[in-house]
Design a protein around this ligand. Structure first.
Ligand code: NOJ
Ligand code: CA
Length: 523
């Protein structure tokens, strides 16, 4: 098995294309906008980006409902713009990873339109359809869409019909449950491979696979999905060894076995992520999502709630693949929701010093705010508040767009953080993130592969990262209390509201101390 060599020091930046930078004044961010901002991305120290979907789409789920997998949506530009983005990124040492919505399409996709016809054709089995409009096979079936006599299965919203890669354990009494080796399911898989090759040829460095654990149906222990992706990994190892496969699975043990190089630890499957940053999942986003999460100044969280699951997954995947703990993404309230800058620094210090691969969601590097009261846009619902335009500078739309009607409103508070005002302020979150990323690049002991040892129980958080060159200690106090800890450092690499006095260090409220340990050199 091969691991792309660049991953060990990769720091990803997750860009939501529609909200990053609009170059043609239509109010929607575009690929050329991302190309224009590559110098900023590079200056921050990010050496890889993950782009949310930019494929042609009716945008009923913000582009996770694809009409044409081979075409950039006109609102974002052209395939040629994508090629240029990749080549400009390459010049700056930035890898470009794109979203691959492997499991479903939009209703408008030509394949689905053909599949929905009553007469048999080459796309009849591209999707999963029961054999009668009166027969559903569970709650995820939609009836009455077309003259085809059957109900189609969905993966997410009603407008996202599941592609048919087959069922792991087909029920013989349900003839629509095809086995994974059915020629039509194999054809769907080949199509996916063609899509991947197409974008790699244009310059993509890999994929973040949407709902990676959903491709094979009736697959209780994910055995079918694991086999499915293993085939892709083998192809990658042979043909594209420097390209990366990243999964939205949130079960690293399964995802890494499936062949993914990186799996996100996020807000579903395991509770680990939410216990750090969000804690409770609730329908009322204003009231919840914070609870007793570990990273808040009340300091009443439980690190072990995260750690028990994390260390289990870490031990099972170590040396085979990476876990990513992202700062956030387009599906959850922003990290800054009900957190001040000091809280943000503590949380980001953690994200950027853990093993595996850090991902920073656009705007989190300036502590951009969550907008909880926005009306839903393009299937966003509460997620819309985490998807608002990037704030570049003071003035109209904070520099995002010249349009009078940006596709989502910008933060109404004129005091909101912007790149411009944070660049001017040495104490800003932006400068802090930049320093941390630079530190990670400089010290291999802070990078993906270096060992990790937890040295504390709960508050403050102390852990050690080590490789054959050095041992680095990371001490983070997410709480408002003050702690005194032992100090055995040779030199301090970063300190924020922390003081060292001979063999003791004081971590003030949200204090952070990163130092290189004294090495026991034999006399
Ligand atoms: C996960 C994506 O992150 C989310 O935004 C989307 O709505 C669903 N998958 C469906 O594709
Ligand atoms: Ca635009």
């Amino acid at each position: 098995m091969n691991t792309p060599s660049w991953l060990k020091d990769a720091v990803f930046y997750n860009i939501y294309p529609q909200s990053y930078y609009d170059t043609n004044g239509d109010g929607i961010g575009d690929l050329n906008g991302i190309t224009e901002k590559l110098s900023y991305v590079q200056e921050m120290g990010f050496n890889a980006i993950w782009l949310n979907p930019f494929y042609d789409s009716p945008f009923r789920d913000a582009g996770y409902d694809v009409t044409d997998f081979y075409k950039v949506a006109p609102r974002y530009g052209t395939n040629e713009d994508f090629r240029r983005l990749c080549s400009e990124a390459k010049k700056r040492g930035i890898r470009v990873v794109i979203d691959l919505v492997a499991g479903h399409t939009s209703l408008e996709c030509e394949w689905f339109q053909k599949s929905a016809r009553p007469e048999k054709n080459e796309y009849t089995n591209r999707y999963i359809w029961t054999d009668s409009v009166w027969k559903k096979d569970g709650s995820k079936y939609i009836s009455g869409y077309s003259d085809r006599d059957g109900c189609y299965q969905i993966n997410f919203f009603y407008c996202q019909p599941s592609l048919n890669y087959g069922f792991y354990a087909p029920n013989p009494e349900k003839p629509w449950q095809l086995p994974t080796d059915h020629p039509d399911c194999i054809e769907t898989k080949y199509e996916l491979w063609r899509i991947m090759e197409f974008w790699i040829e244009l310059g993509a460095d890999g994929f973040r696979v949407d709902m990676a654990s959903s491709v094979i149906k009736n697959d209780e222990n994910s055995k079918g999905c694991i086999q499915f992706w293993q085939e892709f990994r083998e192809k990658f190892d042979n043909k594209y060894p420097e390209c990366v496969l990243i999964s939205e699975w949130s079960y690293p043990e399964h995802a890494i076995e499936a062949g993914f190089h990186i799996d996100f630890l996020i807000h579903f499957n395991l509770a680990a992520y939410t216990s750090l940053f969000r804690y409770e999942k609730a329908t009322n986003v204003n009231e919840a999502w914070l609870g007793n999460s570990y990273f808040r100044k009340e300091g009443n969280g439980d690190f072990q709630a995260f750690f028990k699951e994390y260390v289990d997954q870490y031990e099972k995947t170590k040396g085979k693949g990476y876990i990513s703990i992202p700062s956030g993404n387009h599906d959850i309230p922003r990290l800054s929701f009900r957190r001040d800058d000091a809280d943000m620094k503590a949380a980001l210090a953690f994200v950027l010093t853990m093993p595996g691969i850090p991902f920073v969601y656009y705007g989190d590097e300036i502590a951009m705010r969550f907008q909880p009261d926005l009306p839903s846009k393009e299937g966003g619902y509460y997620r819309t508040g985490a998807r608002t335009p990037m704030q570049w500078q003071s003035g109209k739309n904070f520099g995002f767009s010249k349009s009078n009607t940006p596709y989502l409103p910008v933060d109404p508070d004129f005091n909101t953080p912007t790149v411009e005002n944070q660049q001017k302020d040495e104490r800003s979150v932006l400068h802090f993130v930049k320093r941390l990323i630079a530190l990670r690049h400089r010290h291999t002991a802070l990078q993906a592969d270096a060992a990790f040892t937890l040295c504390s129980e709960n508050y403050p958080l102390i852990f050690e990262r080590a490789d054959e060159i050095e041992n680095v200690v990371v001490a983070i106090n997410p709480s408002d209390r003050t702690y005194s800890i032992d100090y055995d450092g040779a030199d301090i690499l970063l300190s924020e509201n922390a003081y060292v006095e001979s063999e003791k260090a004081t971590l003030g409220s949200r204090g952070i101390l990163i130092y290189r340990k004294q090495m026991n050199i034999a006399p």
